[in-house]
Design a protein around this ligand. Structure first.
Ligand code: ADP
Ligand code: MG
Length: 266
């Protein structure tokens, strides 16, 4: 469609609609060990946004990530997982990964002994030397120094983490799931998580960060509050922070009806 200059002007003045949804769960329920863990969960993640998912222990946050990824033991749910509007329920973990869904930092690194170059190239969507060098620069490692290094105990823990991050960047994922990336790490490592979130975002990825940390929540743009396998609130980080700070320390402390009632009353 060709637009005149005037029509283009009008278009810019039109109110912004909601951002496009890249990933959606529609009425997803799952039982694990005979207990309902996700309970008719419907949730939409906007393309190119950094989302936080918070809520008490046992609320079903990790279960949601595992369902999205299609991990073994989490595929018997009802309802649909949709990527770009298409159901992906029937896809394997590998197929979902090829469609661009990545669960970051879940597995222990399996690249012992490889050169950094080979490790990155194996992960890369675009396998050019330039692409690999750029990813190393993004994580503040000099390509000249690191590309030919072996990934082994001669690298520090911090260097390995950066190389892992570079390997996710070269995958160019569409959706990055991070399940409590902040658990058990120090301040310097927390800064690396923030850097990772920023780099994914700059690359146009949608980031879904499950977290218990107020500091991580504050790095996001939009947040969801889970309780007892359901979405009980969503919106700005500021709004969700209130619940995060004052309630929902554990599922038993929370009356779901009470929260729902408050929402209705505004
Ligand atoms: P969260 O990440 O919000 O803390 P989870 O999704 O890990 O919560 O777990 C929700 C509930 O589901 C917990 O009570 C947990 O014990 C249970 N659960 C999770 N995975 C399994 C499983 N594979 N088998 C049985 N119960 C499970
Ligand atoms: Mg969890």
């Amino acid at each position: 469609m060709n637009l005149t200059r005037c029509e283009m002007g009008n278009r810019q003045l039109m109110p912004q609609s909601e951002p496009a949804t890249v990933l959606e769960l529609r009425d997803v329920s799952i039982e694990l060990g005979g207990k309902p863990i996700l309970n008719h969960l419907s949730i939409e993640f906007w393309a190119g946004h950094v989302h936080a998912v918070v809520g008490p222990n046992g609320a079903g946050k990790s279960t949601m990530a595992n369902v999205i990824m299609g991990l073994a033991g989490y595929t018997h749910h009802t309802g649909d997982v949709l990527l770009d509007g298409e159901p992906i329920n029937h896809l394997s973990v590998d197929q979902r990964a090829r469609r661009g869904i990545t669960l970051a930092w879940q597995e222990p690194a399996r690249f012992e002994g490889l050169r950094v170059r080979s490790f990155l190239r194996a992960a890369a969507r675009v396998k050019s030397e330039e692409r690999l060098r750029f990813a190393l620069e993004q994580v503040d490692l000099s390509p000249d120094k690191y590309l030919d290094r072996a990934v082994d105990s001669t690298l520090s823990g911090g260097e390995r983490k950066r190389i892992e991050l570079a390997s996710i960047l070269v995958m160019e994922p569409k959706v990055v799931l991070m399940d409590e990336p902040d658990s058990g790490i120090d301040v310097e490592a927390l800064q690396r998580i923030f850097d990772a979130m920023r780099l994914f975002r700059e690359q146009g990825a949608t980031v879904i960060t499950i977290t218990h940390s107020q500091a991580v929540l504050e790095q996001t743009e939009h947040a969801f509050l889970f309780c007892c396998g359901q979405l009980v609130n969503k919106g700005s980080v500021e709004k969700i922070s209130r619940y995060f700070g004052q309630r929902c320390q554990a599922c038993e402390d929370v009356s779901l009806e009470h929260i729902a009632m408050e929402e209705v009353q505004g």
